[in-house]
Write a protein that binds this ligand. Structure first.
Ligand code: IMP
Ligand code: MG
Length: 174
């Protein structure tokens, strides 16, 4: 059973926050945009370790439905409310899988003329990538297994777990 413990996540989040704090220490306007719902815990923990001021916003997109396979269709369910033009933006996402979702969001935000745009993900399933996209801050490179916890769900369940673990076969077969 693949597991990333609460302690390992905590240390990694702190490490990423330190890097962001250093990289953006001279930034005038930093905006972190969490991708709902999966990134809500990562974003909440991340900003509390930052040493730089930032604005926080969210975007909600859907691409998954209830199955464990990406549909490839990305739809905006809730857009940001902060104007990101001329600001330093970091998109915060739980997991980079096929990359379809983040590629779509990245292009959407680039069209709004931010000063800079980077991506932070807690988990990266590199093997599954279908489109060319890379995250600038990556917590853990993970195997091609369906993962839940720390914000990640299976049919809306398991987000509450303070750690990340593999979903077992008995949990997703009816
Ligand atoms: P992508 O568009 O295929 O990169 O999918 C990204 C989205 O799919 C993430 O934001 C997650 O919501 C979801 N996702 C991908 N892999 C997993 C997983 O292992 N567990 C839970 N959700 C996942
Ligand atoms: Mg998500």
């Amino acid at each position: 059973m693949f597991i990333i413990s609460e302690q390992e996540i905590k240390e990694k989040v702190k490490e990423i926050a330190q890097r962001i704090s250093e990289d953006y220490k001279d930034s005038k306007e930093l905006v972190l945009i969490g991708v709902l719902k999966g990134a809500f815990i990562f974003l909440a923990d991340l900003v509390r370790e930052l040493k730089v001021n930032c604005e926080i916003d969210f975007i909600k997109v859907s691409s998954y439905g209830k199955s464990t396979e990406s549909s490839g269709i990305v739809r905006i369910e809730l857009d940001t409310s902060i104007d990101i033009a001329n600001k330093d933006v970091i998109i915060v996402e739980d997991i980079l899988d096929t990359g379809l979702t983040l590629k779509y969001i990245k292009e959407l935000f680039l069209a709004r003329n931010p000063k800079s745009l980077k991506i932070a993900v807690l988990l990266d399933k590199i093997e599954r990538r279908k489109v060319d996209i890379k995250a600038d801050y990556v917590g853990f490179v993970v195997p091609d297994k369906f993962l839940v916890g720390y914000g990640l769900d299976f049919a809306e369940k398991f987000r509450y777990l303070p750690y990340v673990r593999e979903l077992s076969k008995t949990e997703y077969s009816p």
